[in-house]
Design a protein around this ligand. Structure first.
Ligand code: GLU
Length: 281
C-alpha cells in the first residue's frame, strides 16, 4: 500500500489538512506500506516556499514521517507538457481563449442554460465548436481543454455505458453533461491540477488516495484521464470535511484553525488526534 498527502503551499495547514494527512499516514503504516508527500505547487503565482517549509514543520510536529525525496510539481512541468502533447496529437484537446466573462455571457444566453460541474460553470463549447484545426497542427501556447465528448468515446464503456472504476459509476452522458470540457492546461500554469495529480499519483505508484469529500466530483475526471493515458486507477476514499462550530468547512485563510496556532497555544499532537477523533499514534 502506498498513500500520499498532497498539499498546495498556498497557506498554513489547518485541522482539515491534518485529518487528511493523518488518515493517509496511519493507513499506510498499519498495512506496512509507504506514506509519501507531494508538494502541489504548479500554481506558482500562489505557492510560497515559506508555506512549503511550514508544511514540513507541521507534519513533523504531528509525528508523521514520509519518504524522501518529496515530489514537487514545479520540477515536473516538462512531463506534464509531454502528456498534453500526447493528448493533443490524439485530437482530444482544443485551444480555448475564453475568459471567465465570455463563459458567463455564453451560458446566460437563453438557449444555453447554466449548470455547474466540478470546475465551476460547465463550458458551453464555444472554442470547440469554432476551432476546427488541421491534422498535425502544433500545440499552441494557450489554455487547452479536454474535448469531453471525444474523450468519453475513447474510453471503454461497457454495454451499460458506465465506466466502472474508482468510487463512481460514471456514464458517458454524465461526463459530457455534468463535467464538460475541463481545462487541462491553464494559460498561466501550463498544466491544470487534474492532469498533474493523475500523472503524479501514477509516478509515485499511489495505491490508495484519501482525500476530502470536496474532491469527490473531481475524482471522475481523474479516473477518466487514467483510462485515456492507460494509467492504473488507485482506490479512492473521500473522507468527511472538518467543519467549524458553525458548520462551515475550513479554508486556508482560517488562520484560527491553523496547526501552528494550536501548537503555539500549547496544544499537543495527541490533543489534535483527539479533536479529530482519530486513534492516538
Ligand atoms: N492539492 C490538493 C489540495 O490541497 C489536493 C490533492 C488531492 O487529493 O488530489 O486540495
Amino acid at each position: 500500500m502506498i498513500t500520499r498527502f498532497a498539499p498546495s503551499p498556498t497557506g498554513p495547514l489547518h485541522l482539515g489538512h491534518a485529518y487528511s494527512a493523518i488518515l493517509a499516514h496511519d493507513m499506510a503504516k498499519k498495512a506496512g506500506g509507504q506514506f509519501l508527500l507531494r508538494i502541489e505547487d504548479i500554481d506558482q503565482s500562489r505557492s510560497r516556499r515559506q508555506w512549503e517549509d511550514q508544511i514540513y514543520r507541521d507534519l513533523d510536529w504531528l509525528g508523521l514521517d514520509w519518504e524522501r525525496p518529496v515530489m514537487r510539481q514545479s520540477e515536473r512541468l516538462q512531463l506534464y507538457r509531454n502528456a498534453l502533447e500526447t493528448l493533443w496529437e490524439r485530437d482530444l484537446l482544443f485551444a480555448c481563449n475564453c475568459t471567465r466573462r465570455d463563459i458567463e455571457a455564453a451560458v446566460s444566453a437563453p438557449q444555453e442554460g447554466a449548470s455547474y460541474g466540478p470546475d465551476g460553470l460547465i463550458y458551453p463549447g464555444t472554442c470547440r465548436i469554432s476551432g476546427a484545426r488541421s491534422p498535425g497542427a502544433p500545440m499552441p501556447d494557450t489554455a487547452l481543454r479536454l474535448n469531453m465528448e471525444r474523450a468519453a468515446t475513447d474510453c471503454h464503456f461497457d454495454e451499460l455505458g458506465a465506466l466502472h472504476a474508482g468510487p463512481h459509476e460514471v456514464t458517458r452522458t454524465a461526463l459530457i453533461e455534468s463535467v464538460g470540457d475541463v481545462v487541462l492546461a491553464r494559460r498561466d500554469m501550463g498544466c491544470s491540477y487534474h492532469l498533474a495529480v493523475v500523472l503524479d499519483d501514477a509516478e509515485q505508484g499511489i495505491t490508495h488516495v484519501t482525500r476530502g469529500a470536496d474532491l469527490f466530483e473531481a475524482t471522475q475526471i481523474h479516473v477518466l484521464l487514467q483510462k485515456l493515458l492507460q494509467l492504473p486507477t488507485p482506490t479512492y476514499w473521500h473522507h468527511d470535511l472538518i467543519r467549524d462550530s458553525e458548520g462551515k468547512r475550513l479554508a486556508k485563510r482560517d488562520d484560527a484553525r491553523a496547526l501552528s496556532t494550536y501548537r503555539d497555544a500549547g496544544v499537543s499532537p495527541a490533543d489534535i488526534r483527539r479533536m479529530l477523533d482519530v486513534p492516538l499514534a
